[in-house]
Design a protein around this ligand. Structure first.
Ligand code: GLY
Length: 372
């Protein structure tokens, strides 16, 4: 079973990938230095029902389970405050180990909880969604949303280990599996043309949930991310490319109250918009743009939503990638390459958002629809 080491400026930790990776929990815990006073699992009721006992049964320490409601709309400071109070009531001290068992919301909240409770605890990620396995559980970004936008409060706090057990994907609703694949399409565009080809050639088995195919996609996606965070843990440079599709994708999520679309679906739409912008700048060969748009479409049926281009552009003003008033935008420039640009105008953003909305109305988003 593959084990990748994530090496950042502040931490090195293993990511165990594949069917049965969960069985590595105890050996991983045994490698941790320092005492463990208690283990606290943070999860949602649904994931607790499916996988909670399997994790608890492996833990040698006194174990507690804290439940948080599922859904992006609960990734808020209020949930975090409740968890802090619960940890204090349990008597959790700095030697407690937090275990995030669930998808991206659980992982991001638990990581942030670990970053701030008593000024910092260790935490371990057990991602149970494809999106969390291929992206959010690795790299140490943690945080919560504000009404004003996504992940506006948070911290970089690396986990001590990640167990990406692809068996947990067997209980994942199909829609979530498909949505999570958009982050793998993103990884492939960023830096792995072979992964892109693999997804093109094997999309049916991947969508059918074939464990071998999924394990390959998860491993290859994490490799792309590992290389990027090794170079730039705190997103001062190349890590921003992991936000491909996220500028307008986050705007779509904010415009729809985080309830209509899954994160991966919004990112799929955001990548369609970014692809259009790249095409209008002739920054990407048409053949690559067509292949990318087709893979996005074949991977996920992107659901419609209500928003206007004006509204979406206004929401991008709150983007974290904006520094000193300048937005960093990630342009796909080929299959396996992207570029960070800082000169995207409001007009270009508006045109990209309008293209995305028109594509949504036709439910036929494809790159060749760019006007000459
Ligand atoms: N999900 C983007 C990043 O980790 O940087």
């Amino acid at each position: 079973m593959p084990v990748l080491d994530i090496q950042t400026a502040t931490a090195t930790y293993p990511v165990h990938i594949g069917p049965g990776a969960l069985a590595h929990l105890l050996p991983v815990l045994n490698t941790l230095s320092g005492p463990n006073s208690m283990a606290v699992i943070v999860t949602s009721p649904e994931i607790d029902r499916l996988w909670g006992s399997a994790v608890r049964d492996m833990l040698p320490h006194p174990t507690h389970t804290l439940l948080i409601p599922a859904g992006e709309q609960h990734k808020r400071l209020a949930t975090l405050e409740t968890l802090c109070e619960q940890l204090a009531t349990l008597g959790a001290d700095r030697d407690a180990l937090l275990i995030a068992l669930g998808g991206g919301v659980v992982g991001d909240i638990t990581g942030f909880l670990a970053a701030i409770y008593m000024r910092g605890l260790r935490f371990l990620q057990i991602p149970t969604t494809l999106l969390a396995q291929v992206d959010s559980s690795v790299g140490g970004k943690t945080g919560v949303n504000l009404g004003a936008g996504k992940n506006l409060v948070g911290s970089f706090h690396q986990p001590v280990a990640v167990l990406a057990d692809t068996n947990t994907l067997s209980t994942l609703p199909r829609r979530e599996l498909r949505a999570g694949l958009q982050e793998s399409v993103k990884s492939a565009i960023l830096g792995d043309a072979d992964l892109f080809k693999y997804m093109e050639g094997n999309i049916d088995v991947i969508l059918a949930g074939d464990p071998v195919a999924l394990a390959h996609v998860v491993e290859a996606s994490i490799r792309v991310k590992a290389a990027i965070v090794a170079e730039d843990e705190f997103e001062t440079g190349v890590r921003a490319t992991l936000n491909l599709g996220h500028t307008l994708g986050h705007a779509v999520e904010a415009a729809t109250g985080y309830t209509t679309l899954l994160h991966g679906e919004a990112i799929g739409w955001g990548m369609i918009a970014a692809l259009h912008l790249a095409q209008t700048r002739s920054a990407i060969p048409t053949e690559d743009a067509v292949r990318i748009a087709q893979l996005i479409q074949r991977t996920t049926s992107l659901p419609p939503f209500n928003a206007t281009a004006d509204q979406l552009v206004a929401l991008t003003a709150r983007d974290k990638k904006k520094r000193s008033g300048v937005l960093k935008f990630i342009l796909p420039t080929g299959i396996g390459s992207t570029e960070i640009v800082r000169d995207v105008t409001e007009g270009e953003l508006h045109a990209a958002a309008a293209f995305m909305l028109a594509a949504m109305l036709q439910t036929l988003p494809h790159a060749t629809a760019v006007p000459a």
